[in-house]
Design a protein around this ligand. Structure first.
Ligand SMILES: O=C(O)[C@H](O)[C@@H](O)[C@H](O)[C@H](O)COP(=O)(O)O
Length: 229
């Protein structure tokens, strides 16, 4: 398991800029090597970073396949939906074929465990409690080993009903990327990256087995790290 590669930028705008350059660089390498780039998006601030920074970049969007690390169990027209702002803020803007973005189907109830998919990249956020995807501290889903996607009905972060990738899928990716900004995340970033807690916080459990792990932070979120980058 590779050690996390931490990049600190002064502001969240610079984080988004650096993050999007990194995503496109990895996408173009994947397309060159395997003809396709499979990526998972998360909700929260990442929507703003990616929709703000990806349109206009030089990549073959027809080779992208977009999935979701987690999604709220709401209809597509709900303000809580993660898919819709990406559809409007990225897919439609770059004329990506809508057939190449795979929203969670809210009508599905069971997510049978298939073979473990390997994503080229999973783009993750971290909540103030150290959650990532919809995997929350102390939640039994953290121990899920069979399902590749699982429902949760008691998310402490509203809305309560969500579906999420599980850790076996997340840790099977080629490259896991966190983007976290703001002083409000500083304590948790320090605990996740330097705390070595047991049991580990959800975001600290993201350690791709054969993949890379990157953290893009702004100065605020990195301000409590003891080992300055
Ligand atoms: O749909 C969601 O709620 C997200 O997938 C969630 O895991 C998010 O990434 C974190 O809560 C961080 O969100 P912020 O970066 O906005 O704090």
């Amino acid at each position: 398991m590779a050690a996390p590669i931490i990049s600190v930028s002064e502001t969240d705008k610079l984080v988004a800029e650096k993050l999007c350059s990194f995503v496109v660089e990895k996408a173009n390498k994947a397309i060159e090597q395997r003809g396709i780039f499979t990526v998972g998006f998360s909700g929260g601030s990442l929507v703003k970073y990616l929709c703000g920074g990806l349109p206009g970049r030089s990549t073959d969007w027809s080779k992208w396949r977009v999935f979701f690390c987690d999604e709220r169990h709401v209809q597509y027209d709900s303000a809580d939906c993660t898919y819709t702002p990406y559809k409007e803020g990225l897919v439609d803007k770059v004329n990506m074929n809508p057939d190449n973005i795979f929203p969670i189907d809210p009508s599905l109830k069971v997510f049978p465990g298939d073979g473990l998919p390997q994503f080229d990249m999973l783009l993750l956020g971290m909540g103030p409690d150290g959650h990532t995807c919809s995997l929350f501290p102390g939640h039994p889903l953290l121990e899920e080993k069979e399902k590749i996607v699982a429902p949760i009905s008691d998310s402490p972060k509203p809305p309560p009903a969500r579906v999420t990738m599980t850790l076996p899928v997340v840790n099977n990716c080629r490259c896991a990327v966190f983007a976290s900004c703001g002083e409000g995340k500083a304590d948790m970033v320090q605990r996740v990256l330097e705390g070595g807690e047991s049991p580990p916080l959800p975001a600290a459990r993201v350690r791709p087995i054969d993949g890379e792990l990157h953290w893009f932070l702004d100065a605020g979120a990195a301000s409590k790290l003891k080992h300055k980058m």
